[in-house]
Write a protein that binds this ligand. Structure first.
Ligand SMILES: [Zn+2]
Length: 308
């Protein structure tokens, strides 16, 4: 299901996108109280609903592109309840009445991590890799001031945490920040038969990520869906500015092929690999994108919803 039409997206801007905002499907659902300790169960069935709250890389802070299209920084809302990364403008793409209680952060770069944005939303639980949890706690406490700060939890690679009936497992990314010792994370999401790999920011998928996903030798339980960053656009795969810590559209296509060939990725028939975290400077308009991306890639856009 796509809740904002591509035409609306192209005409773009927040105004149209806001007008098309759906109501939050989970707005009246009681929030999970038992949590963090891992007592909540993973849903045994049901589709995983992903809403893209942002699909752009850092250079989108310059504003809309020449086609009048807007992308916010990369962020997703899972099942209307849990966020991965969250920055101020992602709030514009939240369904009305939606108040997610938890955020999983991939890393501390400012186009992914913004304590004030999460505080303004009233988020109660925050997760990041254990290597920088003390820093995250300090930053949240400083931003909160007199306001209550959320519980900030460190997660270890390979150790699932359940939020909203979905298991989130952090996996190592090939990406780095200037914070000493910080390890950046990808997330593997499990719900029912769905196993989604959400991979941003990273250059390719490190072998260690497969190890922590339990797929080092083979995969009894392969990924069934992939959302991956493709910072560098088609034809820009050799751009050295991004090559060492980000992926290109070509690399995402190669990664998906290699994972599929080795039995680690078994998507439903005709399911695309969705790309996010796209550079403003290296991608054309959404219309151009559809024809320029290598198969099986499909560019996500802000407000797009998928059920997998
Ligand atoms: Zn980054």
């Amino acid at each position: 299901m796509i809740s904002v039409s591509r035409r609306d997206f192209i005409l773009g801007g927040a105004a149209l996108a806001l007008a098309a905002r759906p109501r939050c499907a989970f707005a009246s659902t009681p929030s999970p109280t038992e949590n963090a300790g891992g007592s909540e169960a993973v849903a045994a069935s049901g589709a995983l609903k992903v809403r893209f709250l942002g699909t752009g890389a850092l250079d989108w802070e310059k504003g809309p592109n020449k086609h009048g299209e807007t992308r916010r920084f990369a962020s997703v809302l899972i099942d209307g309840r849990t966020l991965i990364d969250f920055t101020p403008r992602n709030r514009e793409m939240l369904p009305e009445g939606c108040r997610p209680e938890a955020v999983f952060y991939t890393h501390s770069h400012r186009d992914h991590f913004d304590p004030e944005a999460a505080l303004a939303l009233g988020v109660k639980r925050v997760y990041c890799h254990e290597s920088w949890v003390k820093t995250a706690r300090k930053l949240f406490a400083a931003a909160a001031g007199e306001r209550p700060a959320p519980e900030v939890n460190g997660v270890a690679f390979g150790a699932p945490v359940v939020e909203g009936g979905v298991a989130f497992t952090a996996l190592p990314a090939n990406h780095s920040t200037r914070k000493k010792g910080e390890r950046c994370a990808l997330y593997m999401l499990d719900k029912g038969a769905t196993r989604l790999l959400y991979a941003t920011d990273t250059c390719g998928i490190p072998r260690d990520a497969l190890k922590y996903a339990g797929m080092e030798r083979d995969a009894e339980r392969p990924f069934t869906a992939i959302i991956m960053e493709a910072t560098a656009g088609p034809g820009h795969a050799d751009d050295h500015r991004f090559f060492f810590s980000h992926s290109s559209a070509e690399l995402v296509a190669r990664t998906a092929r290699a994972l599929a060939a080795s039995g680690r990725y078994r998507p439903a028939a005709a399911r695309p690999v969705w790309i996010t975290h796209m550079l403003r400077a290296q991608y054309g308009s959404m219309r151009e994108l559809d024809s320029s991306l290598p198969a099986p890639l499909k560019a996500a856009f802000d407000g797009m919803e998928i059920e997998i």
